[in-house]
Design a protein around this ligand. Structure first.
Ligand code: FMN
Length: 401
């Protein structure tokens, strides 16, 4: 039996358990096989955005590692990204990275607020690029949710006081997110402009550090999202009140970043597409905002949800956020990324084949298994060669079609 035949037989044996017959190029969705039409993209179809081509539609979702000192990347960041690059993801988006020191969630968050950060980040992006993945970065300001203890600190999530290395958080309004800690300080208009400028200089530095995709964090109750949502923005000036005013900081940040990155660099924005509570930011708001940022040169909306209030009742389950990616893609005519409890190859393949999103972002499942993309390729097949480093591929030839 040659290797190709072996693979097809193994796949068919797996399919027998679900009562389905599977051939290469077909998609298994909950035991049902739906053939991909000619030209229809699947999980393993390349995705070209501006000057960048991803080898497949699997992205590592940004995940804080809380492992930096003074914002610097180190061996941990190299290991974290290297494993997923070798494991075959198309795009790796580095964690929420502070554009200013006080924009970090914890004192241990990654940063890109000074030129000295660039060489250590470049070490990470060089490795990622050399193994066929595209390095991206999420630029962030934590706003009123800043200056917290990291999750593996005994006081996880609690406010870090100024005399212990913390700082006074700032936001659109002097409104606490949780009861502990001081009341945050409301940003002045001049300070808002400084933050916009900090997004731009962080983006320029990120590109210099080898990142090929820039994502702006406007989700999860951090500064960007807190301007958008009426639940956190109580301003009465040009940055609060109407939808137009609440999206002003978003549009100014997008314009400032787009102006400093080259035309061939893709720009993503992560939204919390709903606050999941009455009176909060909604899918309809996200569609309107997506149309606006598309006009300003944003290429993809990364569709998450929640984070503005602790009282939201979120119906967490497989695919629970995918409908937001599908809705924005359909209504705003912009590429989207789906994220949230996407764990199975057939599930991910179906999201792409059905046209519900252009990219699947995965967080925890890629922590569990950095080689998930290769496993998924074995299961659902696709247009591209197996996403696995040549150093391993030669030894694992029996998994090639
Ligand atoms: C350890 C960890 C850190 C995270 N850090 C970030 C982050 O820096 N930025 C962000 O937008 N989301 C962050 N998230 C959310 C993930 O990007 C993702 O949206 C979420 O985990 C749902 O995807 P999953 O079910 O595949 O894990 C984090 C999640 C985890 C588990």
């Amino acid at each position: 039996m040659n290797r190709r035949h072996f693979f097809r037989s193994a796949l068919a044996a797996g399919a027998a358990a679900t009562g389905a017959t599977v051939a290469a190029g077909e998609t298994r969705v909950a035991g049902v096989v739906r053939p991909r039409q000619d030209g229809e993209p699947g999980l393993f179809s390349p995705l070209r955005i501006r000057g960048v081509t991803l080898r497949n539609r699997i992205a590592m979702s940004p995940m804080c590692q809380y492992s930096s000192e003074d914002g610097f990347a180190n061996d941990w960041h190299l290991a974290h990204h290297a494993a997923r690059a070798v494991g075959g993801a198309g795009l790796l988006i580095a964690e929420a990275t502070g554009i200013v020191p006080e924009g970090r969630i914890t004192p241990n968050c990654l940063g890109v607020w000074k030129d000295e950060h660039v060489p250590a980040l470049k070490r990470v992006t060089d490795f990622v690029t050399s193994h066929g993945a595209v390095p991206g970065i999420q630029l962030a300001h934590a706003g009123v949710k800043a200056s917290r203890h990291r999750p593996f600190h005994p006081q996880r999530g609690r406010y870090v006081p100024e005399d212990e290395g913390g700082w006074l958080p700032v936001g659109p309004s002097a409104r606490r997110y949780r009861e502990d800690g001081p009341v945050p300080r409301e940003l002045s208009v001049a300070e808002i402009r400084d933050v916009v400028a900090a997004f731009a200089s962080a983006a320029a530095r990120s590109v210099a550090a080898g990142f090929q995709v820039v994502e702006l964090h406007f989700a999860h109750g951090y500064l960007g999202h807190s301007f958008l949502t009426p639940l956190m923005n109580e301003r009465t000036d040009a940055y609060g009140g109407s939808f137009e005013n609440r999206t002003r900081f978003l549009l100014e940040s997008v314009r400032a970043v787009r102006a400093v990155i080259a035309d061939d660099v893709p720009l993503f924005v992560r939204f919390s597409c709903t606050d999941w509570v009455e009176g909060g930011w909604t899918l309809e708001d996200s569609v309107r905002a997506a149309r606006l940022v598309k006009e300003e040169g944003v290429d993809l909306i990364d569709c998450s949800t929640g984070g503005a209030t602790r009282s939201a009742d979120i119906p967490v389950g497989p695919d629970y956020q995918v409908r937001f990616a599908a809705g924005i893609r359909e209504e705003a005519g912009i590429a989207t990324g789906a994220v949230g409890l996407i764990t199975e190859p057939a599930q991910a393949e179906a999201i792409i084949v059905d046209g519900r999103a252009d990219l699947v972002l995965m967080g925890r499942e890629l922590l569990r298994d950095p080689h998930w993309p290769h496993r998924a390729w074995v299961e659902v097949g696709g247009d591209t060669p197996p996403p696995i480093a040549r150093e391993y591929a030669w030894a694992l030839r029996e998994t090639r079609r």
